[in-house]
Design a protein around this ligand. Structure first.
Ligand SMILES: C=C(O[C@@H]1C=C(C(=O)O)C=C[C@H]1O)C(=O)O
Length: 115
């Protein structure tokens, strides 16, 4: 842990590197926690969209909306110095799961996430 006395047989430089690694990993864990909560919230919204679409006979996917979202996310990624290709891949991965849920909901499955 940061601030611990150096361990026997460990140089000060190694101990500093270990402290920095652990501090960075603590931030990574916090970021992963936030991502999981944000993803859960996104899926909560998309499940509701799925129920709405099923009720009114709307198609599970909306390719035009996706095209607009991809353009927007790619621009945001560039501004944020994140690889736009990666941002698009992430989006397509999530949307494929959303559409699978929507199809399950339309087929009469309870929450759409299984099957
Ligand atoms: C959530 C929707 O359904 C699908 C999923 C989308 C998404 O996860 O962002 C976007 C478009 C649709 O293909 C929607 O139509 O808004």
């Amino acid at each position: 842990m940061a601030g611990d006395p150096p361990r026997i047989g460990t140089s000060v430089a190694e101990q500093t590197a270990q402290d920095r690694l652990e501090a960075l990993r603590a931030s990574i864990d916090n970021i992963d926690t936030a991502l999981i909560h944000m993803l859960a919230e996104r899926f909560r919204c998309t499940q509701e969209v799925g129920r709405l679409k099923a009720e009114y006979g709307m198609p599970a996917s909306d390719p035009e909306r996706e095209t607009r979202q991809i353009a927007r996310l790619r621009a945001l990624a560039e501004d944020a110095h994140l690889d736009p290709e990666f941002a698009e891949k992430w989006f397509n991965f999530v949307v494929a799961e959303v559409i699978r849920h929507h199809r399950n909901i339309a087929d009469g499955s309870t929450d759409g996430s299984d099957g």
